[in-house]
Design a protein around this ligand. Structure first.
Ligand code: FES
Ligand code: FES
Length: 160
């Protein structure tokens, strides 16, 4: 069967198996390997992407169900080949350790910041509660999201 969708602003049309997941479509068919393949049971959050702006665990989403949608993956957070603000904040704060969980963390955090530009720490922790990281206490990750939120709220100098 055929699926047509937008990924990071680029249009795609592909033939897929009816039981193909969005995760396999992204990684294996489209070659977008930034999205990580973890538990495959919806528990770890490593495969999180945005579908029409909402965070979704792509291992449990059938590819045919995203026909006609707008998908954003971690590759889509880049700006002109450079790290996006949230990605850069993760680097500055040492929020990525082994890094395997990081793409999913970034996408959950991005979804939060799109709907809440000034989240409290508790709201960040709640938004990331579906993303399991096995090698940190989450503090640096929360710091990174807070820093990105503050930078997005910073007033733009209109005279610049
Ligand atoms: S791989 Fe999808 S939630 Fe773990
Ligand atoms: S940095 Fe998250 S599992 Fe290691």
């Amino acid at each position: 069967m055929r699926v047509e969708l937008s990924v990071n602003g680029d249009p795609y049309r592909r033939e897929i198996e009816p039981d193909a997941t969005l995760l396999s479509l992204l990684r294996e068919t489209l070659g977008l390997t930034g999205t990580k393949w973890g538990c495959e049971t919806g528990d770890c959050g490593a495969c999180t992407v945005l579908v029409d702006g909402e965070p979704v665990v792509s291992c449990l989403q059938l590819a045919r169900q995203v026909d006609g949608t707008d998908v954003t993956t971690v590759e889509g957070l880049e700006v002109e080949g450079e790290l996006g603000d949230l990605q850069a904040a993760f680097v500055r704060n040492g929020a990525a350790q082994c890094g395997f969980c990081t793409p999913g963390m970034l996408m959950s955090a991005e979804a939060l910041l799109r709907r809440n530009e000034a989240p409290a720490e508790a709201e960040i922790r709640e938004a990331l509660s579906g993303n399991l990281c096995r090698c940190t206490g989450y503090s640096k990750i929360v710091d990174a999201v807070l820093e990105a939120a503050e930078s997005r709220q910073a007033p733009v100098d209109a005279s610049a």
